[in-house]
Design a protein around this ligand. Sequence first.
Ligand SMILES: Nc1ncnc2c1ncn2[C@@H]1O[C@H](COP(=O)(O)OP(=O)(O)OP(=O)(O)O)[C@@H](O)[C@H]1O
Length: 542
Amino acid sequence: MAHEQEHHPKLQFPLESEAYKIIDEIGVGVSAVVYKAECTPMNSTVVAIKSIDLDQSKDFDNIRRETKILSLLSHPNILNAHCSFTVDQRLWVVMPFMSGGSLQSIISSSFPDGLPEQCIAIVLKETLNALSYLHNQGHLHRDIKAGNILMDSNGCVKLADFGVSASIYESNPGYGSGSSTSSSPLMLNDVTGTPYWMAPEVIHSHTGYSFKADIWSFGITALELAHGRPPLSHLPLSKSLIMKITKRFRFSDYESNSKEGKSKKFSKAFKDMVASCLDQDPAKRPSAEKLLKHSFFKSCKGSEFLVKNVLHGLSSVEERFRVSKILGKGVHVEADDDDVDGESVSQLVKYRRISGWNFNEDGFELEPVFPDESKEDSIVKQVRFGGEMIIPGTVGEADGLSNSGRINLNSPETESSLLSSRGEGGDEASSPSSWRVGGKEESGIEGIVGDEAGIEGTVNTDIMVGGLTALIRSLDDQRQRVTDLITLFGGDVTSREDQLLQLIERLRLDLENERQKNFQLEMELEFLKIHISGASNTDENN
Ligand SMILES: Nc1ncnc2c1ncn2[C@@H]1O[C@H](COP(=O)(O)OP(=O)(O)OP(=O)(O)O)[C@@H](O)[C@H]1O
C-alpha cells in the first residue's frame, strides 16, 4: 500500500525512471514540473519528483549546485532529495512527498486573505530554523517564498528548492565556517530569485548582497502568509519590476484589507518583526539567529496546531493543483491590468522613480519613498530604485522600453565582479548581467546614444529578460485559459492558425474582386477608346 515516507539516509532510491510510477501532477515551476509518484521497488513509497527541463533551463550550474548543496545539508527543516538522475533531456529530483504541498498552494486554495497569525508564527519559526542553519553553513537560499516552504501531513515545515541558492564559501574560498554571518562583508553579485520577494540590494546587483537578502525575502514571505500574496503581486511581473508607480502607493489588496479593519488584526510583535526584516539597510536587518529570539516567536505553538488549523479539511495537493490550473491562480501570473489605483499606465509613466521602500508598520505594508521632487524634471529618463537602479528611456512611452541613454552591456567591472562572485570563468563572460547607462567605460555593445551621458546606474538584464519572458508566458497561459473556459462553456474558439487562414482567404477574395473590377474598368476603357475613335473618324469623314 502507498504511504508517505520521511527521508532516510540509508535508503537507496533507484536511479532509473522505470522504478517510479507517476500518479499525478502536483505543481509547475519555471522550468520544472512536479509529480506525485510511487517508487515501486521501495514498497510503493510515495515520492515527489521534480522533473527539470535541461533544455529550457539555461542555468544548468544552478541545478547542479542545488543537488550538490542539498546532498551536503542535513536539518529537520530542510527538504533533502532522495536522489537525482537524468531522463532524456530532463533531470529528475526524487524527494519525500510533502502531502500538504507548499504554503503558497495552501494559502491560494484555502486562505486567500492569509493565515491566522499563530499559524504564521509556527511556519516562520520553522523556516527561520532552516535559514539559520543554512546561513551558519555559509549558504544563502536566495529564493525564500511561500512556494518554497512545504508542509507534510504531520504539520512539519521544510524549506525546499535550492535551485538558486549559493554558497559564500564557493565565491570566497578564504571564508571559514566559524565566521560570524551577521556582519560578514562578503558579497555576491549575480541576481537570482523571484522578483516580488527580491531584496533591493539584489536588484541593485552592483552593490553586492549577502545573507541579509534572505532576511528581506523572509519578511516579504511573512507578508505573503499574512495577506495571501506578496506586495505588488497584483501587478504583472513586468510592471512590478519597472515599478510604474506615481504617487504614494498603497497596495490595493492591502488597502481593501485596511478598509475592512483587517490590517489591524496583527500583533505589534509581528509587525515589529516584519519591519526589522524589511529595513532598506541590509546591515540593520537582524540575522536569522537573532530573529529566532524575537518576542514574536516566544509562545509559538507546535506542528499539531498546524494540523488542526491548516491541514484539517484541506484538499489533496494534486486536487488543489488541478483547481488552481483551471482558475489560473498563482502569483507568477497576474492579469495585465492597466489600471493601478485608478490611474492608467500612461499617466503612471510620467513618474517612474522611487528611491526606496519604507515598511509602514501600522498599515503593515510597504510604501515607496520618492526622491526629491525638484529632480523630477530631470531629462534623465530613469527608474531609480533604492537610489541605484536606472532603467533607460521609458518616460512618455507607456508600452515600450526604448533606450534614450547610452547602454554599455559589457562594462569591465560588471563582468569581473560577476566572474569573481561566481568564482568561475569561461562562458559566464559572454552573458553580462547588467547594463551600464551613460557610464564612462564605453567599450562593448552600445545602444542608441542620447544626450544624458555621465549618468550612472545599473539595470539588470537578467531581471528584465526574465520578467519579459515571464510576461510572454503569462500571456500565452492566459490565452490558453480563456480558450479552455470558452470551450468549457460550449463556445467555439478559432485557433490562431485558423484565424490567419480565414484572413488569407478574405484577402484572396478581396484581391480577386479588385482584379475583376480592374478588368471591368479596362474593358470599359477599351470600349470608350473604340467609341471615341469611332466617333472622331465619323467626324473626320463628315
Ligand atoms: N516534495 C514535494 N512534495 C509535495 N509537493 C511538492 C513538493 N515539491 C514541490 N511541490 C509542489 O509543487 C509546486 C511547484 O514546486 P516547484 O518547486 O517546482 O516550483 P515553485 O517553487 O512554486 O516555483 P519556482 O520554479 O519559481 O521555484 C509547489 O508549490 C508545491 O505545491
